[in-house]
Design a protein. Structure first.
Length: 217
């Protein structure tokens, strides 16, 4: 990125997403931010926090802090860490990873509702200031047949996403409805992120400038 001063009078700043999630990057890009991707590499199994909202927030914080360290203190950059978990019957459900777990999970979820929690942590790397919050959205699952569950799991899509489902992919028809922010279920709440951006002293349209403007390549 250029080191020239932008219209806000601040030196140019990078926007870094501490996640390899294509859905999160697509969500940001559609909102005018062409984020730089830098994977944290943290071991999620070492993070312990409960209940589910705090756990999601702890994961997001660790990701953001890890990438902040890689970028280097004092470097002009906004670092965003996010992580999502599904809460069902008070249990935290992350990524199924294997088909057997995904099938068993969908048999539990079908015809019921869960809460998708997404933790957000935004760090201003110039000064180390941090703003964070967790978004929670109720998800109503359709009453799938065993055949539909097995066919969906066979696609591989549910294996590497929180809760074992998507709302913006092949899993969309299996979601009867949501209560809350749709983007939060995708993996990143834009309204919540805007509040965090303002908390750190930026205006949301200023991020369009950082990213090169809405519709930037």
């Amino acid at each position: 990125m250029s080191s020239e001063t932008g219209g806000s009078g601040r030196s140019a700043i990078r926007f870094v997403l501490a996640s390899a999630s294509p859905a999160r990057r697509t969500t940001l890009r559609a909102a005018g931010l062409d984020a730089e991707i830098m994977v944290s590499g943290i071991d999620e199994d070492t993070v312990r926090a409960a209940p589910a909202p705090q756990y999601a927030q702890a994961l997001a914080r660790e990701k953001a802090l890890a990438v902040s360290g890689k970028v280097g203190s004092g470097v002009p950059a906004l670092i965003l860490g996010c992580d999502s978990v599904l809460e069902l019957d008070g249990e935290i459900l992350g990524k199924p990873h294997v088909p057997e777990v995904a099938v068993e999970r969908w048999r539990r979820m079908r015809g019921r509702s869960g809460v998708l929690h997404t933790g957000h942590c935004l760090i201003d790397n110039r000064n180390g200031r941090r703003a964070e919050a967790t978004g929670s959205t109720i998800v109503h699952f359709a009453d799938l047949t065993d055949e539909e569950i097995e066919a969906y799991v066979a696609t591989g899509e549910p294996l590497k996403v929180a809760g074992g489902f998507t709302v913006d992919g092949l899993g969309g028809p299996f979601i009867d409805g949501i209560e809350g922010d749709h983007h939060n279920v995708v993996g990143l709440s834009l309204p919540l992120l805007r509040r965090l951006v303002r908390e750190l002293g930026y205006a949301w349209p200023e991020l369009w400038k950082i990213a090169g403007g809405p519709g930037a390549a």
